[in-house]
Every structure is written in C-alpha cells, then in structure tokens.
Design a protein around this ligand. Sequence first.
Ligand SMILES: *[C@@H]1O[C@H](CO)[C@@H](O)[C@H](O)[C@H]1NC(C)=O
Ligand SMILES: *[C@@H]1O[C@H](CO)[C@@H](O)[C@H](O)[C@H]1NC(C)=O
Ligand SMILES: *[C@@H]1O[C@H](CO)[C@@H](O)[C@H](O)[C@H]1NC(C)=O
Ligand SMILES: *[C@@H]1O[C@H](CO)[C@@H](O)[C@H](O)[C@H]1NC(C)=O
Ligand SMILES: *[C@@H]1O[C@H](CO)[C@@H](O)[C@H](O)[C@H]1NC(C)=O
Ligand SMILES: *[C@@H]1O[C@H](CO)[C@@H](O)[C@H](O)[C@H]1NC(C)=O
Ligand SMILES: *[C@@H]1O[C@H](CO)[C@@H](O)[C@H](O)[C@H]1NC(C)=O
Ligand SMILES: *[C@@H]1O[C@H](CO)[C@@H](O)[C@H](O)[C@H]1NC(C)=O
Ligand SMILES: *[C@@H]1O[C@H](CO)[C@@H](O)[C@H](O)[C@H]1NC(C)=O
Ligand SMILES: *[C@@H]1O[C@H](CO)[C@@H](O)[C@H](O)[C@H]1NC(C)=O
Length: 817
Amino acid sequence: MCQKKELLIVFVSFLVPFCTSTDTISFNQSLKDGDLLISSGKSFVLGFFGNSPGKRYLGIWYKNVPEQTVVWVANRDNPVNGTSGILTIDSTGNLVLLDAKTKVSAWRTNASSARKRADSYTAKLRDSGNLVLFQDSKMDVIKWQSFDHPTNTLLPSMKYGIDKRTGLNRFLTSWKSLNDPGMGEYRYTMELNGTPQVFLYKNSSRIWRTGSWTGHGWSGVPEMSQRFIFNLSYVDNDTEVSLTYGIRDASIISRMVLNESGFLNRLTWQESEQKWVQFWSAPKDPCDNYEHCGAFSNCNLFNLVEFECSCLPGYKPKLSRQWYLRDGSHGCMRKKDKKVCNKGEGFFTLSHVKIPDTGAAQMNKSMGFKECEELCLKNCSCTAYASANISAGESGCITWYGELRDIKQYANGAQDFYVRVSASDLAQRSKNSNSHNRKRMIVILVGSAAAIILAISSAYCVVINQKRNDRNRSNSLASYAGMVENKPAEISIFDLSTITDATDNFSDANKLGEGGFGRVYRGHLTDGQVIAVKRLSVTSGQGTEEFKNEVTLIARLQHRNLVRLLGCCVQRGEKMLVYEYMPNKSLDRFIFDKTEGSLLDWGKRFEIIHGIARGVLYLHQDSRLRIIHRDLKASNILLDASMQPKISDFGMARIFGGNQSEANTNRVVGTYGYMSPEYAMVGHFSTKSDVFSFGVLCLEIITGRKNSSHNDQEKSQHVVGYVWDSWKDEKALDVVDPLLRDSYEACEVLRCIHISLLCVQPFTNDRPTMSEVVFMLCNETNLPSPKQPNLIFRSENQNSVNEMSTSTLYGRYQYLF
Ligand SMILES: *[C@@H]1O[C@H](CO)[C@@H](O)[C@H](O)[C@H]1NC(C)=O
Ligand SMILES: *[C@@H]1O[C@H](CO)[C@@H](O)[C@H](O)[C@H]1NC(C)=O
Ligand SMILES: *[C@@H]1O[C@H](CO)[C@@H](O)[C@H](O)[C@H]1NC(C)=O
Ligand SMILES: *[C@@H]1O[C@H](CO)[C@@H](O)[C@H](O)[C@H]1NC(C)=O
Ligand SMILES: *[C@@H]1O[C@H](CO)[C@@H](O)[C@H](O)[C@H]1NC(C)=O
Ligand SMILES: *[C@@H]1O[C@H](CO)[C@@H](O)[C@H](O)[C@H]1NC(C)=O
Ligand SMILES: *[C@@H]1O[C@H](CO)[C@@H](O)[C@H](O)[C@H]1NC(C)=O
Ligand SMILES: *[C@@H]1O[C@H](CO)[C@@H](O)[C@H](O)[C@H]1NC(C)=O
Ligand SMILES: *[C@@H]1O[C@H](CO)[C@@H](O)[C@H](O)[C@H]1NC(C)=O
Ligand SMILES: *[C@@H]1O[C@H](CO)[C@@H](O)[C@H](O)[C@H]1NC(C)=O
C-alpha cells in the first residue's frame, strides 16, 4: 500500500538537523530515528520504536508511562529496515516517512498536493496525542491529523464514527500481535444502516454489536456512564455521526484499546502502582456473541435452569432437536405460521434488553411513543418497536419489519422492547402469568412440606473439591482485581454424618451466630480443616436440584474478597452450606466495639473498604452470574486471619429470592438501615441498591457507629443523617471514630466520606456504580457534590428480614420531603 518505488523528492542531505524537545516539525526539518517530538504539556512523544532491528515504526506513545504504550502508528504494515528512517515534510506538503538508505517512502499522508507553498507546511504533536499537519506556519488550517486515522487506540477527545460529507470513517483495528502493529484481524467500526451502531468484526464476521444509541449510551453497554470520569459527546446530525469520550479530570490517563485477541479494553494508568488497570471490557459473555441465539430469541445468562437462549413470546425453536441439545444458533420461528394481521394483535414488553440489530429497522426521531405503537400495529409486517431515545422518558420510534436478531437480557438498565404477538398469544400469556403466581403462592405455603418430600426422594451431600487451581499469576489484571480463575468446580459426594460429627451434632458450643437465613456453626473435619456450616431455615421454597445447581454455580465465584463456599449438604429436609472458616469472625464485632475497635487503625479500615468494594464489584460485574447481594452489612463482612475482608452470604439472595432477572420483587430481603429507599419502599432492587448499602457500611466503618445506634429518643437519627449534618456544616471530620486517634490522613477520610455520601443518594441515577466507586477510591479525581440524603431511618431492630411484604416496611420509613 505504500509507495516503495516512489523516488525521493527532497534531498535528504540538505535537511536541517532536528533540534530536540520541540513539538513541531517544519518544512526543512527532519526527525530521524532516535529523535523525539515532545508535546508541549509533556504528555506524548512521537518517535521511532520497534524491538527487532529490521522493523522500526514511527509512532506516538505516552511520555509519562514507563512501560512504552504506543497509541498510534504511522507505517503499520511497512516497517523501516534498521534505523535509517526519517520523518519530514516533502515538496508537496505531505508528511512522509523515508528510508534514508533506500530512498523509498514507508508511509505518506495523502493530504496535500501543494507544489508552491509547501514550505509553509508545519506538523505539530499536540498534548492530546494528536499529530496535526497544518497548511500554514501559523497553524490555522488543518490538512491532516492522526486522530482521523486511529490505529488500535481511542484516546480522550478523539472521535470515532463517520463524517457523512467526506465519507471519512474513523475506526479501530487491532495489532497483529504484541510486537507487530500491522493491521490485525479485528475491527471496531460504526455503521449507519437503520440507526447508527458499532460492530466488532473478526475479518468479515460480526462478533459483537454495541446496539443503538439510547440517549444515555449504547443499548448493549448499559454500564456505560456519563458521570464522574467521562463526559461523552454523541453527535448524530446531517454531517456526522460520532462519539467522543472526554475525561473530566485531566490528570487521569485513560485509553480504550482493541487488543490483539479482539477485546475492547478501557484501561487507566494507576500512578501509585505503576500499571494499567482495566476499567471496562467487552465482549463479556456468550450473550454478547453476535446472534448467539439466532433470530426471534432472547439471550439471557440468568436463565440457569435451561440454557441462555429462549424464544420470544409467540415464537418457538426452528429446529427443536438442536435447541434441545442447547444449540440456539438456528433461532426461532412464529408458532403459527398463519400470517397474523389486524386480528387483535398486541405487544409484549421485554424489559431491560439490548434491542435487536437495527440495521434493517426504521427510525423516526420525532415520533411519540403511542404513535410508534400505532404505527407498528397498523403495518402487518412490523414485528416489534422500541423508543429511540430514553434519556428523557421515551421518545422517538424504531420499528422492525423482519427478523429480530441479537437481543440480550440484562438484570437491570438497558431499555424496554415491544414484540408483536397475536391475540391468542396475548390471552395465553396473561393466563399463564396468573397461574404462575398461584403456583408460587402454593410453593411458599407448603414450602417446608415440599422441601421435605423432595429431600427424602434424594438425599445427598456434596462437598466441592477444595483443591482449586492457584491464582493465575500471569494474568496480572485478574489478580489485581482479586479474581481467581473460574474453573468448573469438581463435585464429590459426601455423607451427612461428616457434618454432624464436625459440628458435634450442631452443639451450642459450636454455634457462631444466627442470621435471617439460618444458624451458623463451626466444625472440625477429621483432616483438621475448620469449616463454617450454615444451616438454612427451611423456607426457601427451592427444589433440591435447583438448590444444588445454585450452589455449584455460586461455588465457582471466586474472589479474594468473597468467603469461599466449599460445598453443600441436602438431607432430611435440611439444606446446609459449607464455607471456609474465618477466625476473626465479622466486621461488626470490631467496629462497634470500644476495645476491639482500636485494633483497626485507619490503614486497616481503608483496606477493608477497598476489599469490600472489589468484592461487590466482582459480584456485580465480573462474575458471570451478576449477583446483587441485597444484604450487605457489617455482620456479613467476615475477616480472615490477616484481617482481609470477605463478603459472606453473597449467594443467598439467589438461593432465596429466585429470579434475579426481575428487577422488582414483592419479597424484600435485607436489613433495615442498609436498604435503599427504592428497594425498601417498592421492592425495586438493582446493583445500585447494593451501592447504597455499601455507602452505609462505609460510614459505619469510618464513624464506628451502627446505622441506627443514635438513641436520641425524639430525633432518632440514622448514621447517614448524622454524617450529612456534619458534612454540610463542613465539620465532617467530627464524625470520625475517636478510636482512630491520629492514624488517618484527613483528606483520605474526607474522600471516603464523600464517596459514601454519593453512594447513599436517594436517586439511583445519582449513585455511582461499583466500578466507579472502586475507581474513586483508588484515584484522586474530582468528585461531584453529594445532594442531601432525604431519608430518615427510624431505629429498628437489626435483624435481617427474610420475607416481608413491602407494605409492612413502608410504615417503618419516614420521608422528610
Ligand atoms: C496514500 O495513497 C496511497 C496510494 O493511493 C495509498 O497506498 C496509501 O495507503 C495512502 N497513505 C495513507 C497514509 O493513507
Ligand atoms: C529550506 O532550505 C532551503 C535550502 O537550504 C532554503 O533555501 C529555504 O529557504 C528553506 N526554507 C525554509 C522554509 O526554511
Ligand atoms: C535489512 O537490511 C539488512 C542489512 O542491510 C539486510 O541484510 C536485510 O535483508 C534487510 N531486510 C529486509 C527485510 O529488507
Ligand atoms: C482472517 O484473515 C487473516 C488474514 O487474511 C487470515 O489469516 C485468518 O485466517 C482469517 N481468520 C478467519 C477466522 O477467517
Ligand atoms: C434524546 O432526548 C433528549 C431529551 O429530549 C435530547 O436532549 C437528546 O439530544 C436526545 N438524543 C438524541 C441522540 O437524539
Ligand atoms: C453536526 O455536529 C457537528 C459537531 O457538533 C457540528 O460541527 C456540525 O456543524 C453539525 N452539523 C449540522 C448539519 O448541524
Ligand atoms: C469534557 O470536559 C472537558 C473539560 O470540561 C472539555 O474540555 C471537553 O471538551 C469535554 N469533552 C467532551 C467530549 O465533551
Ligand atoms: C485482550 O483483552 C482480554 C480482555 O481483557 C484479555 O483477556 C486478553 O488477555 C487480552 N489479550 C491480549 C493479547 O492482551
Ligand atoms: C415522523 O413522525 C412525525 C410525527 O408523527 C411525522 O410528522 C413525520 O412525517 C414522520 N417522519 C417520517 C419520515 O416518517
Ligand atoms: C409496512 O412497512 C414496510 C416497511 O416500511 C413497507 O415496505 C410496507 O409497504 C408497509 N406496508 C403497509 C401495508 O403499509
């Protein structure tokens, strides 16, 4: 692709030597291998790189990041042989990379054909990392810029997308390998058919799709956030469609890179640890694979009993045998082949989904929601509709007229989607959901009886093989995040007598505690290992097989800040979970105790806060199961021998609550004082309700006060209100646990208080996500100001609520506004 044969236009020997530490290169100057252009703010440098002597590349990398991190490459597929490369501006005004020995060009901008005024051309490396070629020495008119020709990296303030006037498409292409910046096989590129979407390609096959823009972010990236770290700018007008990430805090170094194995990673530079840390990555799971479940289906990772694919309402598997064997790729077809038209059809709502590929859909940005439904209903070939913009209610209209492909189900976030169904499907569906509810009630009523019957029919005891693979040390990112490889857990069958022997027949002497879900006992196995056995109360209403499945899944979650589940036992109507034993018991025994509390200085408490945050992040984001804990509190944080925090009870919400893909529940599980308002009041839970509990927990760790221990009779005040009062009077340090004495740095404690207050914001949108919390804890970024938490908690007893109707809870909360 480069003009190897082209003759030298400039006489290399006449060129003025390049003087170092400048950011510009002008007509008569040249930059040779070894020289560097350094941007004015010393953020980026341009120069030659490449380890093998026969392969040198011109590129741009960070000035302040010790491990050379190249963000742009000029001659990707055309290395210069040896160190004879020079960069200069040729007589046509183009930047050109020449091999001084062979006199052929390895790379050239094709921006200019000036023959006369080429001597006024100047190139400058900007502090954003953009190499810009100007037509004039005053640097007003841009002829070419490296930001218009990205390689594998998207830097802040760099656009990706399409300029409709010029046809310029800015997209990312992976490197061939770690040491070869040549064009690799992965491409991340925007397409405008239907509505704009970004696709990840491997050669010519699509492997992932961001989905369309919802007004907040991409439909298939619900975790995308505009707050705290990034300011996004999405443009979709007559001249261009583009997305630009800005960084609010200029001191943060962050980049998005399409790596050689086809993953998009957003990384930030962690100054204190001198390494790149992963902030976000995609694709994540099987449901991200493009068209994983074929047409007219929904991919749902939470569907654990069957497999991840399910047909949309009104549709059935196209090839039932393949479907039965869990190959969903052939998709689904309409149940009755008869064409339905104007015979009382309606729509089913799928909530929290990535809407299907819009490549063949139609969009009208100004149409209202009701009109959209009518439009779709009127036209017999319309299969579904959705709103085009959900940033302020639902507005705009997208309609589909054929196959619906690549839908993914999320537990929360994303958007609603409306599938056209026949009149009989509508009737069928509402009947089903009624009987489903009835069935659930019966299960709850006779829950204990059913459990006993099921247990008698198959009594077994499972202990999951404890010989797990050691942490994969080569994977530094995973080990940084505390993750341990999710190897399938091996299961071996055990006998119940082992548990009764170990716990001395559940003797009181071995009882460690009691919570909403049951009692916990210490046990000694014959090989000397100490275990903790949780004997579940019999109300879960879950069948034996289901329970076993859940436990196996949960046992695969491994993170250094989660208590390790070793196995389970189901026998004689009882269900038990076996955990590793934590000698230091739980966090509440320390922070709420005048003597023990002094054992935890600020450094330790800060570490504990970090650890909890990483554990919760893993549950929310990094584990395949996407667990919402729903009962984060001090007594559920256990401490190991070195006082590392370990979250316990993290699978309980699943085991007891059932369907994690529903965002509303009428069975509220949790603990007063830690519950977010939307969860306590209307049973709406999400990862943001855990963020709320985390905020309360942090405030307890900082203040050493229980969330409702303030026993001023009249104005009984929750720890949140107590901290807020001091915060707004700018006396936040007054709330710090006196036991910490002078073990803390004020700015660090204030930052933690600040973050905690953001976590307990009354509106979920104002709360950060867990990954933002982790980031904020590790980086000194600017934080938004917290608003007043508007909730007052009455002090109540501290016990977990196992099941409780929302109306009972309602009376226990009192709103100020
Ligand atoms: C410049 O044009 C030539 C010939 O069309 C092409 O091979 C080369 O890739 C172009 N260079 C750049 C940097 O786009
Ligand atoms: C470039 O070098 C030539 C030859 O030395 C000189 O005549 C010309 O003025 C120089 N141009 C600029 C812009 O410095
Ligand atoms: C690079 O240059 C060396 C020495 O001039 C020569 O032996 C070698 O073949 C060259 N390699 C390529 C790929 O042209
Ligand atoms: C992608 O293209 C590269 C280069 O053309 C080829 O080597 C590779 O086998 C292709 N991969 C696939 C999956 O088709
Ligand atoms: C979505 O709607 C909001 C509020 O009406 C508007 O500000 C925004 O520009 C819209 N976004 C797009 C992409 O149309
Ligand atoms: C489209 O948006 C870009 C960026 O904001 C702006 O420069 C351009 O003028 C806009 N075009 C139209 C037709 O509004
Ligand atoms: C993001 O904010 C910074 C600082 O306010 C600003 O300079 C930049 O233009 C913004 N970027 C985008 C893409 O909005
Ligand atoms: C690419 O990124 C993925 C996801 O972060 C990671 O698992 C993989 O190891 C990376 N590949 C390379 C070659 O770095
Ligand atoms: C989009 O919807 C509006 C409002 O219903 C309507 O006036 C307009 O004609 C529609 N545009 C197209 C292209 O159909
Ligand atoms: C239904 O919509 C499709 C796609 O816009 C269009 O081609 C077709 O003519 C419409 N049919 C009717 C009956 O309006």
